[in-house]
Design a protein around this ligand. Structure first.
Ligand code: SAM
Length: 277
């Protein structure tokens, strides 16, 4: 099945229409791209990224470990949990092992809807939409704080009567407590049937606490998307009402690692996967 654009606004069937890109302020998608070794970033992004590296040099390994966690979680969900549909919110710029690539390499019929609100991610969405012929991919230009818009658009490609994995990998730190992150996650989980999953990772406030406090200050000063880092207990709350897959909410390299070396990688990210029964 062909890839699809599901957004109104700056996107039509032919692809994105010259999205407005602000190169005067750092954006998290591009800062994260820099940490991953990508080329889709501007001078302002590199300045912010380097300030964070100065506070915590292992941020680069932590970001890469988060990306590897995303891949492991998707592989687990396809191979062991039998999931064939993904709603990946906070997609980020295309990088190695995008969700549809990992999912469709394990089961070609997988359907993936990507969601992000960054115009630069939108401008790269074509690369995220290279679905294999047996599956489907789609891209929605929407904000996590508007879950109704996301669900309405995603339902054009995903069958919400069958299990869906809602992936919120390294995005919820951009939803402040005032914007009700727990209510948003609960709303998304309410819409998917039993046998569905929630997979998420989140920057920690209680790992490398001093460095993370400095990183939060730096990012809130320099990056457009403000951050709220959370403790393990606060991250666990996102899984309320769900059955946690072993080993629970842990530092992401310790979530079903494929080697001891992987498990020992430095991280400032909590992560886990939960099942809706
Ligand atoms: C750190 S990146 C994570 C990328 C990818 N999920 C990963 O872990 O490799 C966070 C992404 O979330 C997006 N994002 C941040 N706040 C958002 C919001 N309120 N709605 C939609 N996307 C958002 C950013 O544009 C960025 O692309």
């Amino acid at each position: 099945m062909a890839a699809r654009w599901l957004s109104s606004g700056p996107v039509d069937d032919a692809g994105p229409k010259a999205p407005k890109v602000d190169t005067t302020v750092a954006h998290i998608s591009r800062v994260y791209d820099y940490w991953l070794g990508g080329k889709d970033n501007f001078a302002v992004d590199r300045i912010a990224a380097e300030r964070v590296i100065a506070a915590y040099p292992d941020i680069v390994r932590s970001a890469r470990g988060n990306r590897v966690f995303l891949g492991r979680a998707v592989r687990y969900l396809v191979r062991e949990a039998g999931v064939r549909q993904f709603l990946d919110i906070g997609t980020g710029l295309p990088a190695a092992n995008n969700t549809h690539e990992v999912a469709q390499s394990a089961a070609p019929e997988c359907r993936v809807v990507y969601v992000d609100n960054d115009p630069v991610v939108l401008s790269h969405a074509k690369a995220l939409l290279a679905s294999g012929p047996d599956g489907a991919t789609a891209y929605v230009d929407a904000d996590l704080r508007d879950p109704e818009a996301i669900l309405a658009a995603a339902s054009e490609v995903l069958d919400f009567s069958r299990p869906v994995a809602v992936m919120l990998v390294a995005i919820l730190q951009h939803v402040s407590d005032q914007d009700d992150p727990y209510g948003i996650v609960a709303r998304l989980v309410a819409e998917v049937p039993s046998g569905s999953y929630l997979g998420l990772s989140h920057p920690a406030r209680d790992i490398e606490a001093a460095a993370m406090a400095e990183i939060a200050d730096t990012m809130n000063e320099l990056v457009a998307e403000k951050v709220t880092f959370r403790t393990q207990a606060e991250v666990l709350r996102f899984f309320d009402g769900l059955e946690l897959v072993e080993p629970g909410v842990v530092p992401v390299p310790q979530w079903r690692p494929e080697s001891d070396l992987e498990a020992a990688s430095p991280t400032v990210m909590w992560g886990g996967v939960g099942r809706k029964s």
